[in-house]
Design a protein around this ligand. Structure first.
Ligand code: ADP
Length: 524
């Protein structure tokens, strides 16, 4: 016997009453609405956790048809929970409060698969206690996270240990100016490595969740490249390496494009060229303008060539994968890497509709070839960029934040930019303040997630429903310490337009607000 809720077919086990009362129907619909790609399952808080109903998608995620599921479990959910996770599973159910967790179940082939469930409790009409869960596959997420934790924990500890060690030495050698300088320089160097690695992780997160911003700035290609050369000078000098830039047929120097992300691409590829080459070796960057018939765009080919240790053929396919790095003699030293650099680089290039190819041979060196179209500064293109707003002056922003200090930091930073700032201390207050103002009064809302009285998700839901006051169109940006991809997904699912992590990167906040200002004024 089955029924359908929100288009999801639900099968009832035979000894039940074949329908859900209003409360349970609402709860099931909520679970389905609040999660992506999930099914639902409900059962009783009784021995072996007998199933009351299970939906089509839940069965598919678990790898069964309804009949196969019933045959295997005899209607008891505990039967398909992997033996290793049964105690964990039961403990979680005993908590009876709403929670999200991951555990392993056995599919129809008796293989372990990871699932993620959101759990809530209820009651059936005859007063029996019910558990209700959404079920989603978490297999890839789990593998990714395991890889992430093992890689990160090692690679973040390495520079961190160096920082602690050097700081200790500096403290002991407090009276020697030279030693102090040497140790502090090493502290700074390791801190930059650490920062770089954290940035890569955050970039990967932004790209994966689709919230990485694209920029459109006017810049000169020659100045752009010489800035990068200058930036690399200290690293190259230390290793006595030489970077030669060769220009070939470049006709358009003044361009409009995403110089911020392009810089990340150049820096990642050049940093690798230096890292994976011997001291005193040469690195070349050849900049060519390829013939293009377009009046609006020029097409460039950037070739980064090194004469370093090279990459074997079988590894060439893997180097753009997250956390893949070649394990050989090159990893034994203190070369700082987590294997995210090229994955981020490739994703940025894809986002900019460019292409990135690699040719390499072990022991003779590598060539990374980036082909990228960039807008040229024609009269029309420049007019469009100039017409855009470049500052935040005059915007009115509602900051929803329960922490006084955070309110103050973001508020004051925005006020320096001549933004009119108003505050709400929790989600409920925000929804009320929003309702008391006329439509279009605020230009954007910065929304904390974890707050007393009402959290950021619920508040966003309320504001979005307030269409009379423009709640459906106001940009709402989450500003929170939750940084996992699933957190970002959750914010977007609740109708937020963006997700930024705390502590706030003010440049990123400014870019985001500028984007919404230009959008409101029809300039993009
Ligand atoms: P990592 O943080 O390990 O440098 P990347 O994603 O930037 O991570 O690179 C992945 C792997 O590709 C590196 O571990 C390295 O082994 C290899 N690699 C990248 N660039 C080069 C290069 N120019 N020469 C040799 N090997 C390279």
């Amino acid at each position: 016997m089955n029924k359908s809720y929100l288009g999801e077919q639900i099968y009832f086990t035979k000894d039940c009453d074949y329908s859900l009362n209003n409360t349970n129907q609402k709860k099931v619909e909520e679970l389905l609405e609040r999660n992506i790609a999930v099914g639902v399952v409900g059962g009783f808080y009784e021995e072996n956790y007998p199933v009351y109903f299970i939906s089509h998608f839940a069965l598919r995620n678990l790898g069964y048809t309804f009949d196969e599921f019933m045959m295997k479990t005899n209607g008891n959910f505990l039967e398909i929970v992997s033996p290793e996770d049964r105690i964990f599973f039961e403990k979680g159910l005993k908590k009876k409060s709403d929670h999200i967790r991951e555990y392993r179940v056995l599919n129809n082939k008796n293989e372990d698969i990871w699932i993620k469930e959101m759990h809530t409790e209820s009651e059936s009409d005859d007063g029996r206690k019910l558990w209700l869960c959404s079920i989603r596959l978490a297999q890839n997420e789990h593998i990714y996270r395991k890889k992430f934790i093992s890689t990160i924990s090692h690679d973040i500890r390495t520079p961190l240990n160096a920082i602690i060690g050097m700081a200790r030495l500096a403290k002991i050698n407090y009276y020697s100016k030279e030693k102090m300088e040497e140790y502090l320089n090493l502290v700074i160097k390791s801190s930059y490595h650490l920062l770089n690695q954290i940035d890569e992780v955050l970039d990967m997160n932004s790209i994966e969740t689709g919230v990485m911003l694209q920029n459109e700035n006017m810049f000169n290609l020659g100045v752009f490249i010489s800035d990068i050369e200058n930036m690399f000078k200290p690293v190259l000098k230390e290793r006595e390496q030489n970077l030669r830039v060769i220009y070939n047929g470049v006709r358009h120097w003044e361009v409009i494009g995403d110089n911020i992300n392009l810089k990340k691409v150049f820096v990642n590829i050049l940093a690798n060229a230096s890292k994976y080459s011997d001291d005193k070796s040469d690195i070349e960057l050849i900049v060519e303008e390829v013939h293009s018939s377009s009046q609006e765009y020029a097409e460039y080919k950037f070739t980064f060539a090194d004469h370093g240790i090279g990459i074997s053929e079988d590894m060439l396919e893997l180097i753009f994968e997250p956390f893949e790095r070649i394990v050989d003699s090159r990893n034994t030293g203190d070369i700082p890497h987590i294997g995210l650099g090229l994955a981020v680089t490739k994703s940025i290039v894809d986002m900019m509709h460019g292409s990135l190819e690699v040719e390499s041979e072990l022991q003779s060196g590598s060539k990374f070839i980036l082909t990228q179209k960039i807008k040229i500064q024609t009269y029309e293109n420049v007019k469009a960029v100039n017409a855009m707003e470049h500052d935040l002056e005059g915007m009115r922003i509602l900051i929803v934040e329960d922490n006084d200090l955070n309110q103050k930091i973001v508020g004051e930073l925005l006020e320096i930019e001549k933004v009119k700032v108003e505050m709400a201390c929790n989600g409920k207050e925000a929804a009320e303040i929003f309702d008391n103002k006329e439509k279009g009064y605020y230009d954007a809302i910065l929304m904390d997630i974890h707050m007393p009285v009402m959290n950021g998700y619920e508040s966003t839901d309320m504001i979005r429903k307030n269409t009379d006051k423009g709640g459906d169109i106001i940009p709402i940006i989450a500003l929170t310490s939750d940084t996992l991809a699933s957190d970002v997904e959750k914010s977007l699912k609740h109708g937020m337009n963006g997700h930024m992590s705390k502590p706030v990167d003010f440049e990123e906040l400014k870019e985001t607000l500028l984007f919404w200002k230009n959008k409101k004024h029809g300039k993009i």
